[in-house]
Each structure stands twice: as C-alpha cells, then as structure tokens.
Design a binder for this molecule. Sequence first.
Ligand code: PMP
Length: 421
Amino acid sequence: MNFEKSEKLYNTAKTMIPGGVSSPVRAIKPFPFYTASANGSKIYDEDGNEFIDYCMAYGPMILGHNPPTVKQAIIDQLDKSWLYGTPTALEVEMAKRITNLYPSVEMMRFVSSGSEATMSAIRLARGFTKKNKIIKIEGGFHGAHDAVLVKAGSGATTHGEPNSPGIPAGVTEHTLQVPYNDIEKMAEVIEKNKNDMAAVILEPVLGNVGPILPEGDYLKELRALTAENDVLLIFDEVITGFRLAPGGAQEYFGIKPDLTTLGKIAGGGMPIGIFGGRKDIMEMISPNGPVYQAGTFSGSPCSMSAGIAVLDYLKENKVQETLNKRGDNFRKMLSDVVGDKKPDYYVSGISSLFVIFFGEKPLNYQDVLKCDAAGYMEFFHKMLNSGVFLPPSQFETNFISLAHTDDDFNKTVEAVEKNIV
Ligand code: PMP
C-alpha cells in the first residue's frame, strides 16, 4: 500500500499541530493515514486506500459512515440554520427519547462532548452531596479533564501518560483509584473516606482499555455498596449507551445509577454529550440550583437533529438486537482463529464491541498492562496493509457497525489468520 500523500500531509501537519493530530490516539507511528472520506463500513485515505473500519470514529457511527437517514436530518437542519443560542423543540424531542430509554435519567442537560458530560456530572455530584472525593476505576477513561486524568485509559495509557502533568496535586488528591472488578477494595476505600466521598464514576464495561467485562455480580454489588454509604453512582455510558441495549449497560445489566453520562452514538456523529439522572440531583443545576454549567454549543440543533434521527432508526430497526448477534458470531469466528494460532491470546467483548488481547484474559487495568502492546502494534500495521483498520492501540475497543457485512467479517478473519503469527 502506498501512503505517500498521508506522509506528506503528516510532515506539514506536525509543524503546526502537535503530533500532526487533533487527538493523541490518532497519532499512529510513524505517521497516521489522513482520511479523505468514509462510507458504510469503509474508510478511504488521501492516497485512495480502502480499509474496513473497526475504529468507527471511536464509537459514534453505529449505523456505519454516512448513513442516509442521519445525513438527511442534518441537511434538513442546515436549511433552517444551525446555531441559535435559544432553546429549541429539538431538545424537547431528544429529551423525551432519552428519558424513555433511560428511566434513571429523569432530567438531563445536553453538552458538546463526553468530557464535558463527565466533568459536569462530577461537579454536580460534589455540589449535591457537599463532599469532595470521587472514586474512578484504574484504566477508566472519562475524557480529558483534570479530575479524571489519573491512571486514565485510552490514548493516555497508549502514550504512557496516564497521569498528566499540568494538573495541580490539589485537584487529583480528591480522585481515588480502585481496580475494576474488585468490590472488596472498593468497599475499603469507601469506608476509609466515607465522610467526604461524593461519587463513584465508572464505565460499566471497561471500554477504554478493553473491553473488560464485569465479573459476576460486580455491578449489582457496587450499586448496593454505594447506596448503603450515600455515595452517588455515576455510570459513564459514553461508549455503552445505545449500544449494549437501547437503554445502554444499565438496561443490559439491570442497574439503576444515580447519574448517567452519554455521548458518541447519541449525536449520530455530530458533537454531543449528555448528563442526567435523578430529578432531585439534577434540580441542583443552574438556574434551578447553584451548580453552574453552560455552553455556547450545548444542545446544538445539528447534534439534536442527527441524534433524533439515529435514535429513531435504532428503535424502528431493532439495531442493537441485530448487532449484538453479529458481535457474538464475529467474536466466535475471531476466537477460533486466534485460539488456533495463539492459544494464550484472548478475544474479549460484548455486544458490538471486541478486542484481541495479546495476552491472557484481563480482569482489570494492571492485567491489561501485561499484554504485548508492541506486538499488537506490529499486528495493527500488518492488518492495515491487509485493508483492515483496527484501533491503533491495544488499549482501545473495536466497534462493529450495522454497515459491516459478512464479507467484511470473513475478510477480517482471513487477515487475522494471516497476520497473527
Ligand atoms: N467517557 C468515555 C467512557 C469515553 O470513552 C470517552 C471518549 N472516548 C469520553 C468519556 C470522552 O468523550 P469525548 O471524547 O466526547 O469528550
């Protein structure tokens, strides 16, 4: 494959844009391919190369790239202009859909990114409880803001910077860490800090170093433990929302968190974040209460229009049901070839998420760090040259969209068989 144009673009980009990219996880070494367009399950670069895409913009494109229904909704909105700085009927329509799908989300606010959603949810949890400390899971990623950039997964781990400089110790001293799937450790840390513990925030399925799945009754026990101790439970469903089930991981696992953050799929590929939950907590948000939050682009009409279109399509076509079955089949196909070639590697996943771990089945962040991340990157490049674009890191999940066909899956499995040596 020829990457001449991408290399040239990178050489210019890196003089003005750190790493040549607008988000670190995109910084494939020695240089990333620069995308020209995308359609369905395929992404095309500036050199005219075609790849089967399992990155899918890191999750939002559940219907595939360029889906006609979402595109039409955006075009229709553009005719009416695209930013007003006033409330719209679209927000009301969107809110009705969210609260129907997520009964725990009695009230919500729309923002522009998942990061903004978790930042606001954490501030709200602290404001409501009048306590300072939060617990996050080691390797959990909740966006790039100060309170949560501690042992963070995703690009932060990929580039060896799970704790970012530039964040005063006074900020992160209130962010405590526990391993995923360890309820005893969670109970111990809550007990020790009970008087100042506002909330636990977690990805119900640890997506940003995996996916790693909850073992046994971990989530149920966590719900009971937080409730008993007056600690709020925040489910960060930016990845799992609208994917595991229409009502996300909370529907899938039957858990009712106090607050929920959503994003990615909810905007149909347009920028979005949502935080919401119990009415008594959400009423603390300004102007009803004293906890401040605001944004020029919040509730952006294009994001709302695209979001409504995607949510209606998902519902009418029972997309999650179809995708969950396809995910099961595809993981089975992958497990068979990986098991033959590399019996000590593990295919993990749930619903339409998957990853090939270059190591044994992990239960938490420390386990996943034992995987052969360098070996994975070699494999990544071989797969790219075979026309398959996987996330450029062991510490990211792959996404299947509705546009992925049996032909895509077969070609991918063939490429895995050839390249996983
Ligand atoms: N939470 C989770 C679980 C995420 O995976 C991400 C992004 N990958 C975020 C929050 C941050 O979302 P955004 O990139 O839209 O700010």
